[in-house]
Write a protein that binds this ligand. Structure first.
Ligand SMILES: Cc1cc2nc3c(=O)[nH]c(=O)nc-3n(C[C@H](O)[C@H](O)[C@H](O)COP(=O)(O)OP(=O)(O)OC[C@H]3O[C@@H](n4cnc5c(N)ncnc54)[C@H](O)[C@@H]3O)c2cc1C
Length: 410
């Protein structure tokens, strides 16, 4: 059987490797970049959080958009299968906090090399070209047309072109155009696992400051509901905030409206209010003649002091011996509940993943085959599925790539 796979990223490489296990298949893997898997190279800050060592139920639970659609894919190829395969390919792995799996070498390139080796069997040909259109006739896919004006014909085509984020890696959203051409509905695209733009100017002033162990919550100001809490690391940037807890929080905001959501940071989560008050009083007693902006160095990172004082409403020149109890309590509140107003997501090109994509009800979950065009399959981020950080998105690419590659014979 002749098979075309569009895109040699995580999903496409996996699909090629599986499909090639059947010697009778002849596979053409078309990749627009000179080298495959450029996005995979930058995953996990170059370390590649390749999967999550958890059960299939947990994989479904971590997939916040259309997790249930992926039951069959995870059953066909679980995170333990990913680990097994990489082990067989000679890549030792380690499990870190939150069951996140990384190569022992901490090098994403080791994962890329192993997957390329797995994919490029004798019956797989990798070419460098960009697919621009599908050739479809009478409800059946017949092949693809490329940027270099070539036509390639096949019995089956797998679209594994990724999402629309980090376009320099090659994923510029071509798959959505191909799917539309085949008559598929594209659920509107939006950035996910993405930094926030923030109203307050203080973020720019604190640019580069990273907070390691903070507790955060996101409050919906329309109904005062707490929609997300987390604990961990975040970062101030020239536009607002980023870092692990911020990216995770972004996936809990479905309808972004400027000023609607408040990001609240507890800068001292290990201390309750009484303990923090006692600590502040102790610090103040030692420095009673200083002005407040010079007396919080032991409590807060230097760059944060002006912003916290501003939120407390105390004048930065106020001497400690003039600070009233009310003022001290408002300082305490600014430390336990430092508030930022979320203005919006950063653009999709800066998102870790793209939410939205090919509508799942138009794809057979047992094969990843299109319900609209026979012989057409989808795998990876191009489908409308999204998961939290932790190795889940790569596992989705591997599981759907595997299932598509395995199902071609049916
Ligand atoms: C900075 C960053 C860090 C990340 N870290 C992690 C992590 O540690 N763990 C995790 O689980 N997930 C991580 N992700 C998410 C993860 O990388 C993606 O979800 C995953 O790569 C999607 O796999 P894919 O195969 O569907 O798409 P991609 O990996 O994007 O591959 C798609 C491929 O298709 C090619 N292509 C596109 N259009 C065409 C065309 N028209 N013709 C030919 N080829 C085409 C592209 O060049 C690309 O090589 C991260 C993402 C980013 C941006």
């Amino acid at each position: 059987m002749k098979i075309i796979i569009v895109g040699a990223g995580a999903a496409g490489l996996m699909a090629a490797g599986v499909a090639a296990e059947n010697n009778e298949n002849e596979i053409l893997l078309i990749e627009r970049n000179a080298r495959p898997a450029r996005k995979l190279m930058i995953t996990g800050k170059g370390r590649c959080n390749v999967t999550n060592a958890c059960s299939n139920e947990e994989l479904v639970g971590a997939t916040y958009e259309n997790g249930r659609f992926l039951y069959s894919a995870f059953n066909a190829f679980s995170s333990w299968d990913t680990m097994d395969l990489l082990d067989k390919l000679g890549v030792p792995l380690k499990i870190e906090r939150g069951q996140r799996v990384f190569p022992v070498s901490d090098k994403a390139v080791d994962i890329v090399d192993a997957l390329v080796k797995y994919a490029l069997k004798k019956n797989v040909k990798l070419i460098n070209d960009r697919v621009e259109a599908l050739i479809i006739d009478g409800g059946k896919v017949l092949g693809v047309k490329t940027e270099s004006k070539k036509e390639f014909f096949a019995d089956k085509v797998i679209v594994a072109t990724g999402g629309k984020s980090y376009p320099l890696t090659g994923s510029t959203g071509d798959g959505y155009i191909l799917a539309k051409q085949a008559g598929h509905t594209i659920v509107p695209l939006r950035p996910s696992l993405v930094p926030f733009e923030v109203k307050e100017n203080c973020c720019a002033e604190m640019q580069g400051l990273s907070l390691k162990n903070v507790a955060i919550k996101v409050i919906d100001s329309y109904n005062k509901k707490n929609i997300y809490t987390d604990f961990g690391e975040m970062l101030f940037t020239h536009f607002g905030i980023s870092g692990p807890v911020v990216l995770s929080a972004s996936s809990h905001i479905k309808d972004m409206v400027p000023d609607r959501y408040e990001f609240v940071i507890d800068l001292k989560p290990a201390l309750d209010e009484q303990q923090l008050d006692a600590r502040i009083r102790r610090d103040f007693e030692e420095q009673s003649n200083k002005i407040i902006s010079n007396s919080l160095n032991k409590l807060l990172p230097l760059k944060m002091i002006p912003a916290v004082i501003e939120q407390s409403g105390i004048s930065p020149d106020c001497r400690i011996n003039q600070v009233t109890k009310e003022m001290r309590l408002s300082l305490l509140k600014a430390i336990k509940e430092f508030k930022l107003t979320i203005q919006g997501f950063r653009p999709i090109k800066e998102a870790i993943i793209t939410s939205g994509g090919v509508k799942v009800t138009e794809i057979n979950p047992k094969t990843m085959g299109s319900k609209l065009v026979s012989g057409l399959y989808f795998a990876g981020e191009v489908i409308d599925v999204s998961a939290y950080t932790g190795g889940f998105n790569l596992q989705i690419a591997f599981s759907t790539g595997y299932l598509a590659g395995k199902s071609l014979m049916y």
